[in-house]
Design a protein around this ligand. Structure first.
Ligand code: GUN
Length: 284
């Protein structure tokens, strides 16, 4: 069997077009959704992510602000900037790119972002809202992964979903979203014994380990939907996921490629969350 390839690029385009209509409707009422992205320091990967976020906003005609602060910015100055943007009516979405430099307490920063503008969904109030089934903002990568499954016609209800990875950014919110959609959910970690026993029982397998090609075809249930959240640079300079695509696609029913799978969806859902936040502000 050869898996259906889930084309994240084309699904992202389709989803962006749907959200652009909603942004345009707001604009006819004089409201332009706005996103502010703060980056502290010079991390090269973070700089690329932030530039792509701002570019996606521009492509959809959104207002965006890119605030680049030096690596030695004090925690107090960062908190002051957040407070200023929390109060700015042009801004509906606000995020601080992670990781922040070591002298800054990231939990303090995430707590300071207004829960109403927390388009990353990392504020404890929004984490709690997701956990209690009252979702306000879902974190963008798991949200995008969920939309990929839905748009590909993968049924979730009653299925066994296995999530590998328990980060606050991907694994935990992914598990909560799948639970919300009535999957039976298992979360595996680096401490899980006999990982393959769990992965082979997965109808839906979401992999976010950061370990290149660690999930191989023999670990996958025939016909399963495999979502690869990993993005790793190989020695030859090419990108690969946490799943060994070549062997996995022989067994899986659906699979996301790397690049071109989950990646394009993350920023799409950030834009979606920003537009939704502007809709909520307009309804107040
Ligand atoms: N660093 C890696 N992923 C993310 C993300 O989704 N949001 C933020 N703010 N920082 C990140």
């Amino acid at each position: 069997m050869s898996a259906k390839i889930i084309d994240g690029k084309s699904i992202a385009q389709e989803v962006r077009a749907e959200w652009k209509l909603r942004a345009d409707a707001l604009k006819t009422r004089g409201i332009t959704p706005g996103l502010a992205v703060i980056i502290v320091g010079e991390d090269p990967a973070s700089k690329v992510y932030v530039a792509n976020k701002v570019k996606a906003c521009a492509e959809l005609g959104l207002h965006s602000e890119h605030i680049a602060l030096p690596a030695d910015t004090s925690e107090a100055d960062l908190l002051a900037k957040i407070a200023q943007l929390n109060a700015d009516p042009k801004i509906h979405g606000l995020l601080v790119q992670l990781p922040v430099p070591k002298h800054i307490d990231s939990d303090k920063i995430l707590n300071a972002i207004s829960p109403d503008k927390d388009v990353d969904g990392f504020h404890p109030l929004n984490v709690g809202a997701l956990a209690t089934g009252n979702m306000r903002f879902a974190p963008c990568t798991p949200y995008g992964s969920l939309v990929l499954l839905q748009k590909s016609g993968v049924s979730i209800e009653g299925k066994h979903a296995v999530v590998i990875g328990r980060s606050n950014i991907v694994g935990k919110p992914m598990a909560l979203l799948l639970l919300q959609h009535n999957a039976t959910v298992t979360i595996c970690t680096s401490k899980t014994t006999d990982l393959a026993k769990h992965t082979r029982d997965a109808d839906i397998l979401v992999v976010a380990t950061g370990k290149p090609k660690m999930i191989t075809g023999d670990m996958i249930k025939p016909g399963a939907a495999v979502i690869d959240v990993g993005i790793n640079r190989m020695e030859n300079g090419k990108l690969c996921g946490d799943v060994d695509f070549d062997s996995a696609q022989e067994v899986a029913g659906w699979i996301t490629p790397v690049p071109g799978g989950v990646g394009p969806m993350t920023i799409t859902m950030l834009v979606a969350n920003t537009i939704q936040s502007a809709e909520r502000a307009a309804a107040k």
